[in-house]
Design a protein around this ligand. Structure first.
Ligand code: FMN
Length: 323
């Protein structure tokens, strides 16, 4: 389970960075894998409002960090912690640039009617603080954050907001901060059920295991913590696989292949399901291993890819029923 922390303050060691780090440390302690996006130190260009994504489903700006890594992280994460100080009653310009660029994900959801496989389980929360004590201090941030979470297919799971914070020292001295963080993380963000860690693996992690992972996340995300990988990972997922999954309403556009070794190190799976590449999968002590022996649809006509997709969907539902 990946949790990402979006750090929106221009200050590297400010109040936002402190609060976010504390929150992410707690998520890690509760078993999440964590990654930070230090937004001001990233090359994230503001949205041009050109409408390209509403027609094509992709952002016209394809050479900055948003396109190269952030969309992928937003898709992989099950927990998204967005953190920004209040700047003029909203989030910082840097955080807003990232948020505006998720218009691409909004377009895929509302124009293309696609939804992310993690839609039912992904949670979003925000952290914020301001120097003053105004009653409406967080109204702007709250609205922006809720619309951001909707665009990225995350359900809103709470916030921590603090008034009267001028310096990081003020932040550190907030009474009851540890309890607030623990309550947010264990009460609202970490899944209630003790989920089984499953790894779906095939050769290139471009078709079969990606489809299996998506179905497992959609059909069994409350009970399964899912990762996918390949013994010889391709450079990118198969566009035809993206197309046939889109026929079913799934958005797999920002997924990318990962190696088996990396997946095993990151995920420590309890169950490994191979799709006919059993002989090259490394042995993981303690993990239950099973093979579905599905044909490789790479390079085959669309009808073949659809047939394999449907077979995988059936196998995944049977698999979930046996858990
Ligand atoms: C450009 C700018 C705008 C700000 N606007 C507000 C504001 O509207 N309301 C408020 O209470 N504090 C405002 N502040 C204060 C910051 O929210 C506050 O100092 C916060 O703790 C900074 O967090 P950081 O250390 O993570 O950057 C503003 C600060 C800056 C630099």
């Amino acid at each position: 389970m990946l949790a990402i922390g979006i750090q929106g303050s221009p200050l590297k060691n400010g109040s936002t960075a402190y609060l976010l780090k504390r929150c992410m440390d707690e998520l890690k302690a509760q078993g999440a894998r964590i990654e930070f996006i230090d937004v001001p130190r990233k090359d994230i260009k503001p949205c041009r409002g050109c409408g390209f994504c509403e027609k094509k489903g992709f952002c016209v700006i394809n050479d900055d960090d948003m396109s190269k890594e952030t969309y992928g992280l937003l898709r992989e994460a099950e927990i998204v912690v967005a953190a920004s100080p209040v700047f003029f009653y909203s989030v910082t310009a840097q955080a807003k640039a990232l948020i505006d660029r998720t218009q691409t994900l909004w377009s895929r959801k509302y124009r293309f009617k696609l939804s992310d496989p993690l839609k039912k389980t992904r949670k979003g929360c925000f952290l914020s603080m301001g120097g003053s004590r105004g009653r409406q201090l967080f109204d702007g941030v709250d609205l922006v954050a809720r619309h951001f979470f909707d665009a990225i297919d995350a359900s809103f799971a709470g916030s921590l907001t603090y008034r009267d914070i001028e310096t990081p020292e003020d932040m550190r001295n907030v009474p009851g901060l540890s309890e607030d963080i623990k309550q947010l993380v264990t009460g609202n963000l970490i899944p209630a059920e003790n989920r089984k860690k499953v790894l779906f693996a095939c050769k290139e992690n471009a078709c079969r295991s990606q489809m299996a992972g998506a179905f497992a996340q959609r059909l069994g995300g409350e009970r399964l913590d899912v990762m996918t990988a390949g013994s010889l990972p391709a450079k990118e997922v198969d566009p035809l696989m993206i197309q046939v999954m889109a026929e079913k309403g799934f958005d797999l556009a920002f997924r990318s292949p990962r190696s088996l070794d990396q997946a095993i190190a990151l995920h420590q799976p309890e169950i490994i399901v191979t799709m006919g590449c059993g002989e090259v999968c490394p042995h993981v002590p303690g993990a239950v291993q099973m093979d579905w022996d599905l044909p490789d649809p790479a390079g085959k006509p669309v009808e073949f890819m659809e047939k394999v997709r449907d077979e995988i969907e059936e196998k995944v539902s049977e698999f979930i029923n046996t858990l």
